[in-house]
Design a protein around this ligand. Structure first.
Ligand code: DOR
Ligand code: ZN
Length: 335
């Protein structure tokens, strides 16, 4: 039986939510990952030192005894340097959302005026706080990410020492940016390494595959696969696992988000194995992130095995990607 062992898997983009949903989903990630960058788009967003500390405590309380480190983020606003100094020890990154672009992002940035943002971004650069960005404009849905490339370029050239992470990239245009600017990095989800728009709306519409940014064209998928499978040193795995209750997905006005936390490592093994690249998965799912963020997660060893695994229909009322379908890798043991 073929097996594959991963050391200290990291999910560099995760939505854990709060309250009952947090208690439902946090143990699923804590089971198989050593740590995760936790998104701040709660209602209201995580935007003060108290918010960060209290949210981290709630996460730790929701997680069983497994070792798991929540790497906390702050919701981007134009903060001053004194505030950023006071919060720097408690956060791993700051997440920037364009206003209204996705779930709970209404308080995000409404104008990318570099002068308005300079104090904050320069302070982040000085304090070595990475900037994670949801890079979409409010343009035509298939063009939103590509249209955002000029903003990445502006940010990257204006703050050359600031680490900027293009979150959940979905296009060849974003892949092409990686080698153009030293300070640009990217996370890639597992669903964007599998899906194109055809899978979402090409046949019967699939609400559980609907997310933002939406899956794009076959040539985009190929570009994402090429950098992920070779574990390009500037790309990291970030699931963007985004749980919504079943009724919010299977409804008129489907919420955006694909829930992959409990099947992410199994699917990663499946995709990397399918292309004969299992040996590169460790870099993609942990080592690149450790180097880019300068983090040292505690030891965790996850062994997966090539055998059928039927994805549960739901996890506490949240329907995962590929619910009811059979995957070809399963988690065998965790130490
Ligand atoms: O599909 C998404 N869901 N994209 C995001 O950017 C946010 C996320 C969520 O929080 O549900
Ligand atoms: Zn997200």
């Amino acid at each position: 039986m073929k097996t594959h062992t991963l050391l200290m898997p990291l999910d560099m983009h995760l939505h854990l939510r709060d309250a009952v949903m947090l208690e439902n989903v946090a143990p699923l990630t804590a089971y198989s990952f050593s740590g995760a960058i936790v998104m701040p788009n709660l209602v209201p967003p995580v935007a003060t030192l108290d918010d960060v500390v209290a949210y981290k405590e709630r996460i730790m309380a929701a997680v069983p005894n497994d070792y798991f480190e929540p790497y906390m983020t702050l919701f981007y606003k134009n903060y001053d340097k004194a505030f950023l100094e006071s919060v720097a020890e408690e956060i791993t990154a700051i997440k920037l959302y364009p206003a209204g672009i996705t779930t709970n992002s209404e308080g995000g940035v409404s104008s990318f005026d570099i002068e308005e943002m300079r104090t904050t971004l320069q302070a982040m650069s000085d304090l070595e706080i990475p900037l994670c960005v949801h890079g979409e404009t409010d343009g035509f849905v298939m063009d939103r990410e590509a249209e955002f490339m000029s903003i990445y370029e502006l940010l990257a050239t204006s703050f050359p020492k600031l680490k900027i992470i293009m979150e959940h990239i979905t296009t060849k245009a974003a892949v092409d940016m990686l080698d153009k600017f030293d300070n640009l990095y990217a996370t890639i989800t597992i669903h964007h390494l599998i899906l194109t728009l055809d899978d979402v709306v090409g046949g019967m519409m699939q609400p559980h595959l609907f997310c933002k940014p939406i899956a794009k064209r076959p040539e985009d998928l190929d570009a994402l696969l090429s950098v992920a499978l070779q574990a390009h040193p500037k790309v990291m795995f970030g699931s963007d696992s985004a749980p919504h209750p079943q009724h919010a997905k299977e409804s008129c006005g489907c919420a955006a988000g694909v829930f992959t936390a409990p099947i992410a490592l199994q699917l990663l093994c499946e995709v990397f194995d399918q292309f004969g690249k299992l040996d590169n998965l460790q870099d993609f799912v942990s080592d690149n992130a450790q180097r880019i963020y300068g983090i040292c997660p505690e030891f965790k060893e996850v062994t997966l095995e090539e055998r059928p695994f039927v994805v549960p229909a739901n996890y506490g009322g949240v329907v995962p990607m590929f619910a009811g379908e059979t995957l070809s890798w399963a988690i065998e043991s965790i130490d």
